[in-house]
Structure formats: C-alpha cells, structure tokens
Design a protein around this ligand. Structure first.
Ligand code: FFO
Ligand code: ATP
Length: 198
C-alpha cells in the first residue's frame, strides 16, 4: 500500500510536535515523572519475572530512564542497551550494560556501549524490550524517531521474541496515529500516570 505525500508529512509533523511537547517539560517535571515511571516499571509482573531487560539512555526530552536503570540493577536484572549495527543499516544490536560499561556517542549522538561482540545478546534471549517512542495512540500504535530501528527489532516479537513495553510521558499519547503497514503495535505502554494495555 502506498501513501500520499500528505500522509508522510502528517507523520513528520506529528513527530516534530510531540518531540517539542516532551522537550517543554520542566526539569522538575522530568525528575518527578522519571521516579513515578520507575516505580510502575519495577513493580510490573512481567518485569519482576524477567531476567534480561533492554532499556535505553534518554535524550531529546524522553522519559528519563536513569532512576529506573539504578533500580533494576539493584534488583539483579541483567540490562541491555541498543547499539546501532555496524553495517546492517537501521538494525540494532543489544549489548550487556553494567555500571562499568564504557559508553561512546554514536552517529546519531546517542550514548551506547562500545561494540564488543562478546557482549551481544541474541534477541531470543531477551525477556523484555523497553521501547522508546515519540507518540502512541488509543490502540497501542507507536510512532518512533523515524529510523525504523524498533519496527525491525519488534517485527517477530510474537514468535519467541522479547515482549515489548513502550515507555513514554503521558503527554506523548494521541487519539489516533497515521499508521504504516510495517508499524508494530505495542501490547503495553507505561507512562508516569498509567499502564496502558491492549
Ligand atoms: N534513547 C533512545 N535511544 C535509541 C532510540 C530512541 O528512540 N531513543 N532509537 C529508536 O529508534 C534508536 C535511534 N534512533 C534515532 C533515529 C533518528 C534520530 C534522529 O533523527 N536524530 C537527530 C538527527 C541526528 C543527527 O544529528 O545526525 C534529530 O534529533 O533530528 C535519532 C535516533 C536507537 N536508540
Ligand atoms: N520491518 C521492517 N522491514 C523493513 N523496513 C522497515 C521495517 N520497519 C520499518 N521499515 C522502514 O523504516 C523506515 C522508518 O520507519 P518509521 O518511520 O515507521 O520509523 P519509526 O517507527 O518512527 O522509528 P523507530 O522504530 O526507529 O523508533 C521506513 O522507511 C520503513 O520503510
């Protein structure tokens, strides 16, 4: 199915608008929301029973994952971070993340663990994938930064892949997103104020 230029433009405008919305949150709001969300994530049954969880390092006004990461380490979870694949474009690898991990800035200016193949976890061994997003809607549809990284990662999640849980601010929710055929809807999104399930 092909879409009109207007449709693509609508997605792009929505990205710009919601990114601005989350960047407008005050530092006080960011701190408060990060703690609220950390509590919701850490007490979620699927997280409690998980061994391996992928997180992300926040940028661009995203919900700050720093308190959540500390808490999950304390609880003995094995954490992983997305790393841009060195030659398979728009694909991610997931690398082990500990307090000792050396972080470097990638070409999109996001911190990631330095590439070390011995630290890569196959997707089939990841229990939960906490998924960043720009906007989500009433049906669990997700709009990301536009690289298709998580769409590719989550393509086969229902056939033995990691269970995805979106992580976002409440202000990132919209009524209905313009959806592309490759968009993968999320079964759950956790915000500071709510746990949304579909
Ligand atoms: N914290 C976090 N990590 C993540 C993601 C994310 O959404 N959040 N990603 C989810 O997919 C992947 C990175 N995806 C991205 C896709 C596009 C842009 C981007 O357009 N960035 C700049 C321009 C980059 C540049 O300066 O060259 C921009 O802000 O417009 C950034 C990240 C992997 N890691
Ligand atoms: N499963 C897939 N297989 C191949 N190409 C894909 C797949 N998913 C997305 N793409 C391609 O990736 C590009 C970006 O997709 P999209 O705009 O939906 O990204 P996004 O969901 O906003 O970003 P992200 O998932 O990185 O947060 C599109 O051009 C699309 O064709």
């Amino acid at each position: 199915m092909l879409h009109t230029p207007q449709f693509t433009l609508a997605r792009q405008q929505l990205r710009t608008e919601i990114r601005q919305r989350r960047k407008n949150l005050t530092p006080e709001q960011q701190t408060h929301f990060a703690l609220q969300a950390a509590e919701r994530v850490a007490s979620h049954p699927k997280i409690r029973s998980a061994t391996t969880v992928s997180v992300f390092l926040s940028f661009d006004g995203e919900l700050d994952t720093a308190p959540l990461i500390q808490r999950l380490w304390q609880e003995g979870k094995q954490l992983y971070l997305p790393v841009l694949h060195p030659f398979s474009s728009h694909h991610l690898l997931f690398l082990h993340y500990t307090p000792q991990t050396l972080l470097v800035r990638n070409r999109l200016k996001i911190l990631e663990p330095q590439l070390d193949v011995t630290k890569v976890l196959p997707l089939t061994q990841l229990d939960i994938i906490l998924t960043p997003l720009v906007a989500f809607d009433n049906q669990g549809q997700r709009l990301g930064m536009g690289g298709g990284f998580y769409d590719r990662t989550l393509e086969h999640w229902q056939n033995g892949g990691p269970y995805p849980i979106g992580l976002a601010h409440d202000c990132q929710k919209v009524e209905e997103l313009p959806v592309e055929h490759w968009d993968v809807p999320l079964p759950e999104v956790i915000t500071p104020g709510n746990v949304w399930t579909w």
